[in-house]
Write a protein that binds this ligand. Structure first.
Ligand code: PLP
Length: 216
């Protein structure tokens, strides 16, 4: 199947769930094939890579899904509609400062380290409450969702992590403030998106199932 056919098939399969078409290492021409086929959101992992190719990419919503280093925050705030990979209070402060400087309210998701894996980025479950309580003081941030990358386990074993995320999502959703309006639960990738959707994902992030295996 072509990129366009795969995009259409996935969009049809996932129905109301949103698709983030993950485009790291993919060239603009193939990204545009997916956008023409109906993809409306793309996800990139690296600021530099996206900067190099963004001028050639058709209009779409742009999400950052990879870890953001503090020296790239300014560029990320200019480039991305949503930063899904917010994983520290320091990063929240930095994003707020850079967004304020250009008069933008930056939409972000909080990344949760749901498997509590030390080598992975993201807030631990027991930190989320206190982070959320700090958000109202950052006027140029708007928290719109939660994101997770569960441990690398067979899809069926990821289910319990997705379920924990859904519980957290339902809890945090009640915290409606000026700049906290949690609507999206971003979880599920090529190998496990069906299970993520069964467990309540509202947004899946799919790369290789559309573009094939990545060549680095
Ligand atoms: C690469 C990546 C994906 C997509 O992975 P696939 O297995 O290719 O679908 C999703 N989320 C994040 C954060 C990624 O880095």
């Amino acid at each position: 199947m072509t990129v366009a056919e795969k995009t259409k098939a996935i969009l049809k399969e996932i129905g109301d769930t949103k698709l983030v078409c993950v485009t790291k290492t993919v060239d603009p021409e193939r990204i545009n094939q997916s956008i023409r086929a109906g993809a409306t959101i793309i996800g990139e992992n690296r600021v530099q890579e996206f900067e190099d190719k963004c001028a050639e990419i058709l209009p779409c919503e742009r999400h950052l899904i990879g870890h953001l280093q503090s020296n790239k925050v300014k560029r990320a705030v200019r480039l991305f509609d949503v930063i899904q990979s917010v994983d520290s209070l320091k990063l929240i402060q930095d994003i707020n400062t850079k967004a304020e400087a250009i008069g933008k309210v930056q939409e972000v998701f909080l990344q949760v380290n749901i498997g509590e894996e030390p080598q992975k980025y993201g807030f631990y479950l027991d930190e989320i409450g206190s982070v959320v309580s700090e958000i109202p003081s950052f006027k140029n941030i708007k928290v719109k969702g939660l994101m997770c990358i569960p441990p690398f386990v067979p899809p069926e074993e990821a289910r319990s992590y997705f379920r924990k995320m859904k519980t957290l999502f339902d809890e945090i959703k009640k915290e409606k403030r000026d700049n906290i309006d949690i609507q999206e639960l971003s979880m599920g990738m090529s190998g496990d998106y069906r299970i993520a959707i069964e467990e309540g994902s509202t947004m899946v992030r799919i790369g290789s199932a559309i573009f094939g295996n990545r060549k680095y």
